[in-house]
Design a binder for this molecule. Structure first.
Ligand code: SPQ
Length: 746
């Protein structure tokens, strides 16, 4: 039963007529009959046994052979006949007095149905609502009618300019009553999209199987056909008559998409012929990730859904003690930059320890979209076939960078120097973050940068601007703004100089030097001259101190803990968290200090300690900027008061990290007071309760750590974005003794 659990709504129409009682028509009729929205459902079918069965199976209330008899007093007429039979049925309907009845249909192509309807009804069709449910099954006929067939399936309605909004709303309402996911789009767009995503694949599957079957050795070929062949050709088992009809009905759109595909196929043929492995690798690596990438974008529905539409809940059990040795994933900032600089370098860059989190992967995908061949990631190994500073190609569409501020801000700098236009979009969180901090200085350099309202994403960067170097003092301590301008400086005439108000992470400067590009650093001033080139190199990405920070705090607050975090990057612009924890009484020692690829690393040993509240020195703020959510948890577990000032930047991260941490800590029973540029936290006893991650990875992980000192479980909502920076967070927690898991999973 559709909506079995809900109470039946009052009928909204008197009589629904469904013409054609196959799988689709029968399922539509049955579902709506059960929904209670129609007082009577009448079926029309030429086949007598089908008419009899339709009534016996409860698909319709009654059935008619004659269209005219069925349509008397109809409010809605659904045409569910084969697409090439549509013309005949429409012509007959046009001869009947239908009053104000709404006509709709389920045809797989829309242009031809609309043309035929105009031919018989006249140019204006205010009561016609063309539609197409994207659903089906291997079964057919009225006996296969299934009231839930359309549940969570897309139904596309293609209203015309003159479509009466009330008629559209009515058909929309009927489909939604079947739990369909209804979308509206123009007729032409529908036919293009379906030609590409459904009709072309069917043509290829039918064509390939037929081509192989025609060969003399066909028995041998099919005998050795493995899973790949079977997967690819599964749809060649579809109904030949139906598909014959669809190709004739959607001829123009199919031809357009087929021609584009044929030229792509020719390019592949040429690459095979010429032994062009680079071209083949480019196509294959892009294709391999494309499916996953696009389904992620669709699932996230940037700009549309509220962030917590897909609420992933972490449930953290109270208590615990940490032991063992772990290595947290690779540094996010360095991973982003390895892809950017490796792509712009000449030669092949090998990366090890790359962070396979969504943010760094978004950067990787952006460069693939701009024509860079990138192999991997495979267990942290990535091979980037650099194209040089001037080798990027225009991407096929907007670059989607998900949740990643680093991708959007750094990319905007280097995109300002390209000859083509690019638009960058992001998810709901990134769409709220300020971009004028990069857009304004880039404009001063001569770039044309368009933002959404209030300087928020999307960002469009127009190509072809001649950039001139800039001498710029950053209004805030931001490594992203500094890096953005240095990357733009690679393309600007003259010497670009950036002065920062306080030291921020210097990975861009270090890594540019690692790629053989000269960057001067003099205290707070960094500068570079355009005109050089980047030479490919080898990069070993150290473990991310920002991820290690969760375990530094966790082991510090859990009595009796002793944990070693291996191979952590301890770049002095990132170690504020260690300094702050030590000032609070934390017991952290650096062992086995060494340098890899221009970055200092060490194994960090941390033991449980009695922490005390402190006034956090302001000069440490930029050096621990991403670690404050979890440092607030340390403060909540410390004896006495901790005061943070000069950290207003925390309010414009993936969430307002001051406010959301304060809200959560107060829920857990901690006395704290947010201030415009910081927070005051009085240490106390953490209780349990429900808190929110607000789609911010670091908030979700910080509250997971808090459970170690909580008196009851903590339920943390909206945790999906932990995958942006720390995909195996829960696994490592389980390994060392933090009892947090996705709700419903042990
Ligand atoms: O990439 P994103 O979303 O901006 O990530 C964050 C984070 O917490 O992971 C900030 F929200 O890290 C930034 C960091 O805060 C990464 C970064 C970098 O790689 O250059 C610099 C810092 O940002 P900012 O705004 O201070 O320059």
């Amino acid at each position: 039963m559709v909506n079995a659990a809900k109470t039946k709504p009052a009928p909204i129409i008197n009589r629904l007529v469904v013409v054609g009682l196959g799988l689709i028509g029968g399922s539509f009729a049955k579902g709506l009959r059960e929904s209670g929205l129609c007082r009577e459902v009448v079926g029309v079918d030429l086949d007598a046994p089908s008419r009899k069965l339709a009534v016996e199976l409860g698909v319709v209330d009654r059935c008619e052979e004659d269209l005219a008899a069925a349509c008397v007093g109809a409010d809605v007429i659904q045409l569910a006949v084969p697409i090439l039979a549509m013309e005949k049925v429409l012509a007959r309907l046009a001869q009947l007095g239908l009053g104000n009845a709404v006509i709709t249909d389920v045809g797989s192509a829309k242009g031809n149905v609309v043309r035929e309807a105009r031919a018989v009804f006249g140019e204006r069709l205010p009561r016609f609502v063309p539609g197409h449910p994207i659903a089906g099954s291997e079964q057919s006929g009225v006996e296969a009618s299934n009231a839930t067939l359309f549940r969570r399936h897309k139904v596309i309605l293609t209203p015309l300019e003159e479509t009466d909004p009330a008629a559209l709303a009515l058909v929309d309402r009927l489909w939604r009553a079947l739990d369909a996911d209804v979308e509206h789009m123009p007729v032409e767009r529908h036919d293009e999209v379906l030609a590409a995503t459904s009709h072309l694949p069917h043509l290829l599957a039918f064509g390939l199987v037929d081509s192989l079957a025609k060969r003399n050795e066909n028995l041998d070929i099919f005998r050795y056909a493995a899973g790949g062949f079977r997967d690819f050709t599964r749809i060649a088992g579809s109904d030949p008559t139906m598909w014959h009809d669809i190709f004739l009905a959607n001829r123009e759109a199919v031809l357009r998409t087929l021609d584009t595909f044929r030229s792509d196929l020719d390019a592949l043929r040429d690459a095979v012929d010429a032994g062009d492995g680079h071209q083949l690798l480019g196509v294959f690596t892009r294709a391999r990730v494309a499916r996953e990438h696009f389904s992620k974008i669709l699932a996230r529905r940037a700009y549309v859904d509220a962030m917590n539409a897909n609420d992933l809940i972490f449930l953290a059990q109270p208590g615990g003690r940490l032991t063992g040795r772990i290595r947290v994933p690779g540094d996010k900032s360095i991973s982003h930059r390895s892809i950017m600089l490796g792509s712009l370098a000449e030669g092949t860059t090998e990366v090890e320890g790359f962070l396979e989190g969504e943010d760094a992967l978004a950067t990787l995908q952006a460069f693939r979209d701009m024509g860079v061949v990138i192999e991997g990631p495979n267990h942290g190994r990535v091979t980037i076939h650099g194209v040089g500073l001037h080798g990027l190609k225009p991407p096929p569409g907007p670059l989607y960078v998900g949740n990643s501020g680093t991708s959007m801000r750094l990319l905007s700098g280097l995109l300002a120097g390209q000859p083509f236009d690019v638009t960058m979009t992001g998810d709901a969180s990134l769409s709220k973050r300020p971009m004028n901090r990069v857009a304004n200085p880039l404009r001063e350099m001569g770039a044309v940068v368009e933002t959404g309202p209030d300087g928020r994403p999307p960002l469009t960067i127009r190509g072809g601007s001649k950039l001139k170097a800039l001498t710029y003092t950053l209004p805030m301590a931001s490594a992203q703004v500094k890096s953005c301008l240095l990357l733009a400086g690679l393309y600007a005439e003259g010497k670009t100089t950036v002065t920062e108000p306080a030291p921020t992470r210097d990975h861009t400067e270090r890594m540019l030097r690692g790629f053989g590009y000269s960057v001067e650093s003099n205290g707070p001033v960094a500068s570079l001259q355009s005109g050089g080139k980047l030479t490919a190199t080898r990069i070993e990405v150290p473990a991310d101190i920002s991820s290690a920070a969760f375990f530094l705090v966790a082991a510090s607050i859990a009595e009796g803990s002793e944990l070693v975090l291996e191979h952590v990057g301890i770049n002095p612009t990132r170690t504020g968290v260690i300094d702050i924890l030590r000032l609070m009484g934390g017991d952290i020692t650096l062992e086995n200090q060494r340098e890899v690829g221009g970055e200092p690393v060490a194994d960090l040993r941390v033991r449980g300690a009695k922490l005390k509240g402190i006034d956090i020195p302001e000069e440490l703020v930029p050096l621990a900027i991403d670690e404050f959510p979890v440092l607030f948890v340390a403060a909540a577990c410390a004896e006495g008061r901790t005061v943070l000032r000069g950290a207003e930047e925390l309010r414009v991260k993936e969430s307002d990290r001051i406010q959301v941490m304060a809200d959560g800590l107060i829920t857990l029973g901690i006395k704290c007071e947010p201030t415009p540029d910081g927070i005051i936290i009085d240490g106390g006893q953490l209780g349990g309760g429900e808190v929110h991650g607000h789609g911010d990875h670091r908030i979700a992980m910080a509250f997971s750590v808090a459970s170690l000192r909580a008196s009851a479980p903590i339920r943390i909502h909206d945790c999906a974005n932990v995958a942006t920076s720390f995909p195996n967070f829960l696994k490592l927690c389980a390994d060392v003794g933090i009892r947090v898991a996705e709700e419903g999973k042990a």
